[in-house]
Design a protein around this ligand. Structure first.
Ligand code: FAD
Ligand code: NAI
Length: 474
């Protein structure tokens, strides 16, 4: 009998399992994805086909882009640059292998029992495991954590065929650079993977149903970044809804609706990135008592407890942003609670990052949300064009924006479009966890020259005290 069985070995599940074991609980982690030998491969979407391979390709493609011309700005001329896509892919695959192997090592070091097979929660905190050879085993556990993750949404208008209509996994594995690439959805995946292939030479068109670009981001950041993506060659068509596609021998023809007219385009490859859906199919029996919420996620409270005692659910399979760090943090919280400790998670401060170039990152509320909440706020901004370090590294696009409470000056949101945006937001986030005001950041010493100084100056600018810009609104 286990104390805990975790179903799913992604960043939510494997972190939960390690934490449970560290807290003295007898723990197993069950994963259905396995290698040719039938050994479970841990890491989930994030390590295998998500965060890590996409960031590897973003980095490689950016280096290729820089070598092709941008380095000339530094007085470095390197002549003809050639792309070796197979080596680029190989590097990415090796990073994935190293990291997924590393997780197996971590589970072993932490005495978590690895289990291979597909899990289903039965009544009475039992887990039914269907193995690769179709045999079935039933294990008992005092607690179960469901961390089965999510999968790409497939739409009728463009069904995946693994050839020329693919999801994000297919777009991480093209063997050749498509001459023309259509991307359905200007969300996080569309922008990141669209950027990768545009830098490698594809003519990329992104078809987005909504009129608002990046509706979840601060409007000003979204507007500024849209201008920059267009400059980078991404043809982003807003207010354009895919309605059908026609598979040809070596291409895909699509029809989309824009301003009440039907437009057509043809691409060598089409990536459909219109969101992800929780993996809830056949994950629990009806008599287990677990229920789904109105959006199809496993229904949980703010402690990730399902409505069945001792059954928990974390990560992409439950409400909230589908982000690796959100799932991992939920895993740690649940482990602590199962071990009898008090734990909670601050859902107000989950950071978001889009790893384009420049990056887009934010935490807390944006202006639109503050207005909707009828909260009075102050704004401080600082452009990277006025940062010495940003100019030195040839990355002076974008700005830092801080929103603070009009009366108390407590920081309510930080939004960055520019170099190291993710790291800058992370610094702000730490201060926000301690209830910082913009004045607190203004009174903090920042190393010079760093791009982080833009955070310092934006904080000073909230109260019209910035040094390196005029203090009128930008
Ligand atoms: P998953 O990582 O999906 O893991 C679930 C695991 O459970 C899988 O391994 C699956 O095989 C297994 N499983 C499912 N059902 C069963 C079952 N019945 N029995 C046994 N095993 C089962 N997030 C970020 O924070 N930063 C990023 O930069 C980022 N980039 C991304 C890029 C791409 C292209 C994609 C697709 C996603 C990206 N994400 C990113 C999102 C991130 O990958 C997910 O939020 C994260 O992986 C969710 O973790 P999870 O553990 O909940 O689920
Ligand atoms: P998304 O929700 O970010 O974006 C999907 C987009 O597709 C939306 O803008 C939507 O309006 C549009 N869309 C939907 N149907 C459409 C249609 N028929 N025609 C045209 N456009 C349509 O989803 P995405 O990009 O698939 O990513 C899924 C999730 O993966 C993200 O929500 C995020 O949580 C996670 N992720 C996180 C990353 C990060 O943290 N950097 C990177 C990649 C993914």
């Amino acid at each position: 009998m286990y104390d805990v069985i975790v179903i799913g070995g992604g960043p939510a599940g494997y972190v939960a399992a390690i934490k449970c074991s560290q807290l003295g609980l007898k723990t197993a982690c069950l994963e259905e994805f396995s290698d040719k030998k039938g050994t479970p491969v841990f890491g989930g979407t994030c390590l295998n086909v998500g965060c890590i391979p996409s960031k590897a390709l973003l980095e490689s493609s950016h280096k290729y882009f820089e070598a092709q011309g941008r380095l000339a700005n530094h007085g470095i001329n390197i002549g003809k640059v050639e792309l070796d896509l197979a080596s680029m892919m190989q590097r990415k695959n090796e990073i994935v292998k190293q990291l997924t192997g590393g997780i197996s090592g971590l589970l072993a070091a932490n005495k978590v029992t690895p289990l291979s097979g597909r899990g289903k929660v039965l009544a009475g905190t039992k887990v039914e495991i269907t193995k690769d050879d179709s045999s079935i085993e039933i294990l008992e556990s005092k607690n179960i954590i469901i961390a089965s993750g999510s999968s790409p949404i497939e739409i009728k208008a463009a069904e995946f065929n693994e050839k020329n209509i693919v999801n994000s996994t297919g777009a991480l594995n093209f063997k050749e650079v498509p001459k023309t690439l259509g991307v359905i959805g200007a969300g996080v995946i569309g922008l990141e993977l669209g950027s990768v292939w545009a830098r490698l030479g594809s003519k990329v068109t992104v078809i987005e149903a909504m009129d608002n670009f990046l509706f979840m981001a601060d409007k000003e950041i979204a507007k500024e970044s849209l201008k920059d993506f267009k400059k980078q060659g991404l043809d982003i068509k807003l207010g354009s809804k895919l309605i059908s596609s026609e598979n040809k021998k070596n291409s895909v023809k699509i029809q989309y609706e824009h301003s009440e007219s039907i437009e057509e385009m043809e691409f060598e490859k089409l990536v459909v990135a219109v969101g992800r859906r929780p993996n809830t199919n056949n994950i629990f029996s009806e008599d287990s008592g677990i229920i789904l919420d109105e959006k199809g996620f496993i229904s949980v409270d703010d402690k990730c407890q399902t409505n069945t005692p001792n059954v928990w659910a974390i990560g992409d399979v439950v409400r909230g942003p589908m982000l690796a760090h959100k799932g991992s943090e939920e895993g740690m919280m649940v482990a602590e609670i199962i071990a009898g400790k008090y734990a909670e998670m601050n859902y107000n401060l989950v950071p978001s990052v889009i790893y384009t170039h420049p990056e887009i990152a934010w935490v807390g509320k944006n202006e639109e949300e503050l207005k909707a909440d009828k909260l009075e706020y102050k704004v401080g901004k600082f452009p990277f064009a006025a940062s010495g370090r940003a100019l030195a590294i040839d990355q002076s696009t974008g700005f830092v924006k801080i929103l603070s409470d009009a009366k108390t000056d407590t920081i309510l949101g930080v939004h960055v479009f520019g170099p190291s945006a993710a790291e800058i937001v992370q610094q702000a986030l730490i201060s926000m966890e301690f209830g910082a005001s913009s004045q607190d950041i203004g009174l903090t010493i920042f190393s010079h020259p760093t791009v982080s100084e833009a955070l310092h100056e934006a904080a000073l600018s909230v109260n019209n005290q910035a040094i390196h810009i005029g203090n009128k609104r930008l």
